[in-house]
Design a protein around this ligand. Structure first.
Ligand code: ADP
Length: 380
């Protein structure tokens, strides 16, 4: 989704695609296919570019350090990105900065997990420090499950993968009122701009819907959340867009606890395509190129973003005539991905008045569900 704004600004993109069918390759003419975990591939790819940036966090940190040593400009740099790659490093940094964390521990065995659960309370949220997304890599563990084969296999995975200290992250199960996202962008020279704090609604640990501004969010929590995201971006030296995912916990922490960090355009910021003067995709490009950041003001009082996952309709386009006619206010964005069950294949943005937020949600839901569930003709 950086490609349209790059083209508008005359910025030439080059994408290292995972496969010939990668959706970015369909919209970026120079898209060599290669393995982002292979340093030689990365070096070849980086030759001649002004800056290397990412749309996911999985490029090995040591390879990014090697690129930096070669003189390549990498944004965000590995010392910042590590906090989005490794949740234990992120927890340590949040503690170091005095920002509010849930209770947590790095655990290397079922015994240490039990010890943590006995003091933090059951169930415990067990996470792989690396490689997780959309809830993959997150497990709820009750006290009677600590010695299960599944928990043992997770610890084995930490050993096999060679993660730092072969540790997993154990967290208390936070009793939160909702999830929030504080989205900011920072350029290398240090200038930061923040968007309004969003509410993000998860279904089965996958972002389903985002509402901006977060309805009825107290001014204190909003200001503290924005300050926390700015501080994290500043002190970790983040360049580009960063989302701080937060648990709203009125009366605890600063009214929120930090969940995790993402250092790239993030699902909780897709609303900015239609709801903000500058979209997160444009802002990311501006930031990593150290160009002046654009205004993050809302262009409408409220925006609702609703994701659609792969469902029964394999041909999204087939749904357009009916959905576009029924929901003319819905802005449809698709990713050019083939439709697979539960794969994020697009989202819908709807803008309007704050007082009408439930109507905006209904429109967004109607359009997204209408595309996902559009009845496919029976094949003979
Ligand atoms: P991912 O990297 O897969 O997005 P997260 O750490 O964000 O993983 O966890 C996915 C979801 O699981 C969160 O959005 C939240 O709904 C829930 N979750 C994660 N950690 C906790 C926790 N400590 N307490 C309660 N719920 C949690």
């Amino acid at each position: 989704m950086m490609a349209p704004v790059a083209s508008e600004l005359g910025i030439e993109l080059r994408v290292l695609a995972e496969s010939p069918g990668a959706c970015a390759a369909a919209v970026v003419p120079t898209s060599p296919v290669g393995d982002y975990t292979d340093l030689t591939t990365l070096r070849d790819f980086a030759e001649g570019v002004d800056v290397v940036t990412f749309d996911h966090e999985h490029v090995p940190t040591e390879h990014l350090r090697a690129l930096l040593a070669d003189g390549v400009s990498v944004h965000p740099g590995p010392n910042a990105l590590i906090h989005a790659q490794d949740k234990i490093e992120m927890r340590r940094a949040v503690d170091r900065l005095g920002l509010p964390n849930p209770r947590w521990a790095a655990v290397t065995s079922p015994e240490e997990l039990r010890e943590f659960g006995e003091s933090a309370g059951w169930p415990v949220v067990l996470k792989t420090p690396r490689g997780g997304y959309d809830g993959k890599g997150v497990m709820l563990v009750e006290s009677h499950e600590v010695d299960s084969d599944e928990v043992a296999s997770w610890f084995q995975r930490a050993v096999d993968a060679g993660w730092n200290e072969a540790a997993l992250l154990a967290e208390e199960k936070v009793d939160f009122s909702r999830e929030l996202s504080a989205l900011v962008a920072r350029r290398p020279s240090g200038h930061i701009r923040a968007w309004d704090v969003a509410e993000s609604i998860q279904v089965n640990s996958v972002c389903d819907e985002v509402i901006v501004p977060a309805p009825n969010l107290s001014e204190d929590i909003s200001a503290a959340a924005t300050d926390a995201a700015k501080r994290l971006a500043d002190e970790l030296g983040v360049t580009g867009v960063m989302a701080a995912e937060l648990f709203e916990t009125p009366g605890r922490g600063q009214g929120f606890l930090v969940n995790e960090l993402a250092m790239r355009p993030h699902n909780s910021g897709h609303w900015t395509q239609d709801g903000s003067v500058t979209s997160q995709f444009e802002q990311h490009l501006r930031a990593v190129l150290d160009l002046p950041l654009g205004s993050t003001e809302r262009v409408a009082p409220a925006t609702v973003m609703k994701n659609f996952l792969g469902g029964s309709n394999p041909n999204l386009f087939a749904a357009y005539p009916s959905v576009m006619s029924e929901y003319p206010r819905a802005k449809i964005h698709t990713y050019g991905k083939s439709v697979r069950p539960d794969r994020k294949v697009g989202h819908v943005n709807v803008t309007g008045d704050i007082a009408d937020v439930e109507e905006l949600r209904a429109i967004a839901r109607g359009a997204a569900d209408g595309i996902r569930d559009y009845p496919t003709p029976e094949l003979d």
